[in-house]
Design a protein around this ligand. Structure first.
Ligand code: SF4
Ligand code: SF4
Length: 283
């Protein structure tokens, strides 16, 4: 029988539950302009990261995601024999820049959300993970739980902050500020299923163009966080970009740990009871 309930709801004018939305960041077309960083800062009114300093890390002067930097464009200078996408065989360069705009991964199993004792972190109707700053008590459990080192505490404020995937914009049908500003469509926003299809097609094109190291990252529902709402096309190993090769939501191990602790406690109580009974008989 056809599933009637959703049809009845649509006919009655109820909004359909939105699909899971996300980001696909195709680093192969990033030009390192940092428009995404700036647009994010501007829309979300994020404070400066402190006095401007040259870090010596190529053109990267924020170096990482933080409570005040929710998009971070990494510049990785690499000496490695590579062929330009689509370039003729044998036409190899040995110096290249990898540029990649990093962001919160909006994990399917989000450790930050799982450990938050106040409910400040929550899953939105779009499948994204958002912090309610007026509920955060600054305990910092989420900071140590995040397997990507994304969520961060603003020390002069005491609370944690991170990318909201522009919850205030997407709720009004707008696209996130970073994706809107990106001139090369390196950052794409949309229903996760569609983005995954697009990413697979782009990956096949790159492999066909002789870029065998191209790979998707964060799209695997069988990984340690059951996949991400923000995934990437990378041109090298994730470690090269400072991304963990096998991220894991450590809270997934908690049920097994509690089960082991319960078995140990029961064994201990039984042992004490047996010893006590034995000593009474001997007396
Ligand atoms: S990347 Fe970190 S902060 Fe973002 S949803 Fe996953 S666990 Fe939370
Ligand atoms: S706006 Fe687009 S092209 Fe520019 S740095 Fe960000 S991701 Fe790269």
């Amino acid at each position: 029988m056809a599933p009637r309930a959703p049809q009845v709801q649509e006919e009655a004018g109820y909004p359909r539950h939105p699909p899971r939305m996300g980001f696909f960041t195709d680093t192969s077309v990033c030009i390192g302009c940092k428009a995404c960083e700036v647009a994010c800062k501007e829309w979300n009114r994020l404070p400066a990261d402190g006095p401007f300093e040259l870090t010596g890390m190529s053109f990267d002067n924020t170096t990482q995601l933080s409570a005040s930097t929710w998009r971070h464009v990494a510049f990785i200078e690499q000496r490695k024999p590579v062929r330009a996408p689509g370039g003729p065989a044998g036409d190899q360069q040995d110096l290249r820049w990898l540029m990649a705009s990093d962001v919160c991964k909006h994990c399917t199993d989000a450790a930050c959300l799982n450990v938050c004792p106040t409910g400040s972190l929550f899953r939105t109707e779009f499948g994204t993970v958002v912090v309610q700053d007026d509920v955060c008590n600054g305990c910092g459990y989420c900071v140590s739980a995040c397997p990507y080192g994304v969520i961060d505490k603003r020390e002069d404020d005491g609370r944690v902050f991170k990318c909201t995937l522009c919850y205030d914009r997407i709720g009004d049908g707008l696209i996130p500020a970073c994706a809107k500003a990106c001139p090369t469509e390196s950052i794409q926003y949309g229903p996760l299923d569609e983005l995954l299809e697009r990413a697979e097609a782009r990956l096949a094109d790159l492999h066909g163009d002789g870029v065998p190291d191209a790979r998707l990252y964060g799209n695997d529902p069988a990984d340690g966080v059951r996949g991400n709402g923000a995934f990437f096309l990378l041109l090298d190993e994730p470690e090269v970009y400072g991304l963990p090769p096998a991220p894991r939501d450590a809270t997934r191990d908690l049920p097994a740990m509690w089960a082991h602790a319960a078995v140990a406690a029961v064994t201990l109580v039984c042992g004490i009871a047996v010893a006590f009974a034995g000593s009474r008989r001997a007396g």
